[in-house]
Design a protein. Sequence first.
Length: 171
Amino acid sequence: MSMDSELCVLQKLSPYDGVVYYEMLKRIGRKEYDFSNPVHDMSFGDYKLWLKQQDDWSRGEALPQGYVPQICFWLMVGTTPVGLGKIREVQTEQCLLEGGNIGYAIDSTQRRRGYGVLILKLLLEKAKEYSIGKALITVKKYNYASKRVAEINGATLIKETEDWWYFEVQN
């Protein structure tokens, strides 16, 4: 599969997304590289309920205590989903420590093809549309690939702890 940027787009998650999206999420670990993916352990029926929940949460509806709205996008190469990204416009204290404004994961069968760089680039462009002036990206210290993806996308290291790197991108 070629990574022709003309064919690579973000597509907003929909409650009607089918089995091809489900199968892609099943290949990403439940908490792989600290990206939360509960679908990894779900049946297809539960996945359909999860889609509805994510759609509701994107509008700020039925949010659990302490959650903020997040909008999910598929990275599409033609008609094939190769990754999932999340944008949070609002930050809680927890998001400032772990999560930031943007998170993403790439299908395990599609890694090392530049899709991490591309999905973050596209999510940062989308963040501008949501008036996120400075996007915070948090990266676990063992995740050197995501650190490099952030740097390639112009992120500046603003802080680090024993466990995390904190990057900022001016939009």
